[in-house]
Design a protein around this ligand. Structure first.
Ligand SMILES: Cc1cc2nc3c(=O)[nH]c(=O)nc-3n(C[C@H](O)[C@H](O)[C@H](O)COP(=O)(O)O)c2cc1C
Length: 210
């Protein structure tokens, strides 16, 4: 139990990465498999995880990241995207996966499928878009925890121009949009933020027992 807290105290939102240190392929695969296991509402996983290694693309994304160098210096850059529109085909393909995985008769899933289609057609576009974005925040939490366990540094980032990210990554034509950005790699020990004490509100401000 102690190690859970040690991991979480070790991690901090890294501002300066060591550009020479790279995450190994095997650790990267573990991280990506682990975030694939993140839970989501209805299990739908309306997420596409982009792993950006290409330095040229990262330079372009840096221009859309308000001067945050982590985007270029970190070993890998994760861009969490979700669908713009929740088309019926997305729901349909998910139910195909459920049927195949559990060896279920596809017809037996029709009720669940119709409920999801109804959900996607009765909620307005913005509501659905925000709902899908929320699923990516769960992925983010999972990712930060897993990386801390592996002693891999991360920066959760909302500070970027999402429209420009979408243009650079050609996301609109793929029915995707950028929600969150996470540089991952290894801290540069000269990072000033490393010296700063972790600030958290007092336990009793955050937790209440009834
Ligand atoms: C959703 C989210 C978005 C954030 N966006 C940024 C960001 O764009 N740039 C940055 O340097 N830090 C960003 N942070 C980091 C927070 O400032 C940081 O987590 C918080 O101050 C607590 O510090 P700690 O993570 O070092 O413990 C973000 C954190 C979260 C959870």
């Amino acid at each position: 139990m102690q190690s859970i807290l040690e991991d979480l105290k070790w991690r901090y939102a890294t501002k300066k990465f060591d550009p020479e240190k790279k995450i190994s392929e095997s650790e990267l695969n573990t991280i990506l498999e682990a975030i694939r296991l993140a839970p989501s509402s209805y299990g739908l996983q309306p997420t596409k995880v982009m792993v950006i290694k290409d330095p040229e693309i990262r330079e372009k994304l840096f221009d859309a990241s308000y001067g945050q160098r982590q985007v270029v210096d970190a070993s890998h850059l994760i861009v969490l995207t979700s669908f713009r529109e929740l088309h019926p085909v997305i729901i349909h393909s998910y139910l195909d996966v459920v049927a195949e995985t559990r060896q279920q008769n596809r017809e037996d899933l029709k009720g669940f499928e119709n409920m999801l289609i109804n959900f996607s057609q009765t909620k307005d576009r913005n509501h659905l878009s925000e709902w899908m974005k929320k699923q990516n925040y769960i992925v983010l939490g999972h990712l930060l925890q897993i990386c801390a366990q592996l002693r891999i540094d991360t920066t959760p980032m909302e500070g970027f121009n999402a429209d420009r990210y979408d243009q650079i990554l050609n996301l609109e034509e793929r029915n995707l949009k950028t929600d969150l950005v996470i540089p991952m790699g290894y801290r540069d020990h000269s990072d000033q933020y490393l010296q700063r004490k972790k600030v958290r509100r007092p336990f009793n401000d955050i937790v209440e027992f009834l």
